[in-house]
Design a protein around this ligand. Structure first.
Ligand code: TXD
Length: 333
């Protein structure tokens, strides 16, 4: 008996055929730090074909080639391509918008509003023209305002347009809680509502370690310090990096949303969703717990809040509304 007959047949890396390979296609508009880290994550989880789009000539093509080579020793069924032509993004199921300028040290998310508003409006229209059945996940800051603008220009039902921020903010809250309590982060479930920024609303009452509310595990002053650090979580990383902002955790958070939608997992994830009624709020995008599945935002969950929590959420919503009105006024003028 020859040697090969006793061993598994050799694995070739040239054939893309795999037992598991759905035909989902995700276009990431903006092949910067978050976009490329997201492409890597989607690709390594083998979730979908990935198209990386950017206005910078050759950059997305170079990144796609590098990402393809990064996995050449593994068996994956999906492709990654890079392009500067929207025609190559056609028939995507999901469009993730990360195009825009990142924050620089000392710059607020709202400083970016008008510049990024124009970029988001343009990219959403261009990408949707080639993928009219797609749902949209917006990542560009200021997040809640950009998601509203994306929805407005898209003409899509609000269920198919959502923003990523709450998953990231909750992951930061979860991480700081785990570090303080001394437990694995995976045992912590944390919930953060509201806008992506200083007025986000971390909810200790709805945050637990193995089912135990964190309010039972930490004194009020330690909890408050962790809430403050969570609110400042993005700026802490911007200050350390000196150039650009966080991207590994933002990419991981976005990927959790992408996965729940593409695979129809129906996970409950804090998501910037269109609110017109829930939580007593009207006509804005804000972070609330949502079930994400094949239809996008399949359900918005309305938690019962204390008067103080509701007031914090209202303050957060008021700030978003104010910025939204400013953005709409400058973009329409
Ligand atoms: O929680 C969250 N939502 C966030 C948001 C977490 C992290 C980052 N957050 C925001 O995402 C950040 O404030 C920025 O507004 C975006 C993207 O952040 P990233 O760190 O990836 O920025 P980069 O590296 O500068 O990448 C932006 C890319 C860059 O390659 C540009 O050439 C491209 O966007 N860009 C465009 N692509 C396509 N079309 C147009 N018009 C365009 N303009 C710029």
């Amino acid at each position: 008996m020859g040697l090969w007959s006793e061993l598994e047949p050799p694995v070739t890396t040239s054939s893309p055929s795999l037992a598991y390979c759905n035909e989902s296609r995700v276009t990431i508009v903006g092949a910067g730090n978050v976009g490329s880290a997201l492409a890597q994550r989607i690709s390594e989880r083998d979730l979908a074909h990935v198209v990386l789009f950017d206005v910078i000539a050759d950059r997305p093509q170079g990144l796609a080639l590098d990402l393809t080579q990064a996995r050449s020793y593994s068996r994956y069924g999906h492709s990654i391509i890079g392009t500067n032509d929207y025609a190559d993004t056609a028939n995507s199921d999901l469009l993730v918008i990360t195009a825009g300028l990142p924050r620089r040290p000392g710059m607020s998310r709202d400083d970016l509003m008008v510049t990024n508003g124009k970029i988001v409006a343009e990219t959403v229209q261009q990408a949707l023209a080639h993928s009219p059945r797609a749902s949209l996940i917006v990542v560009t800051n200021p997040l809640d305002v950009m998601t509203y603008l994306a929805w407005k220009v898209s003409g899509l039902p609000p269920q198919r347009v959502m923003g990523m921020a709450g998953v990231l903010d909750s992951a930061r809250f979860q991480t700081f809680l785990a570090m303080e309590i001394g437990v694995p982060a995976g045992d912590v479930a944390a919930m953060v509502l509201g806008s992506h920024g200083d007025l986000m609303v971390p909810l200790p009452r709805y945050s637990t370690v193995s089912g135990i509310p964190v309010t039972e595990l930490l004194p009020a002053d330690r909890l408050q310090a962790i809430i403050d650090r969570t609110r400042n979580g993005g700026a802490e990383i911007v200050a350390l990096l000196k150039q650009g902002g966080a991207y590994y955790a933002p990419a991981a958070a976005t990927c959790a949303m992408v996965e729940s939608i593409l695979l129809g997992q129906s996970r409950i994830l804090p998501t910037a969703a269109y609110l017109d009624g829930p939580y007593g709020l009207a006509d804005l995008y804000l972070g609330v717990p949502c079930q994400l599945g094949k239809g996008g935002v399949d359900r918005i969950l309305e938690l019962s809040l204390t008067a103080a929590e509701q007031a914090d959420l209202k303050r957060s919503a008021d700030a978003v509304k104010q910025n939204l009105n400013l953005a709409l006024a400058s973009l329409l003028s």
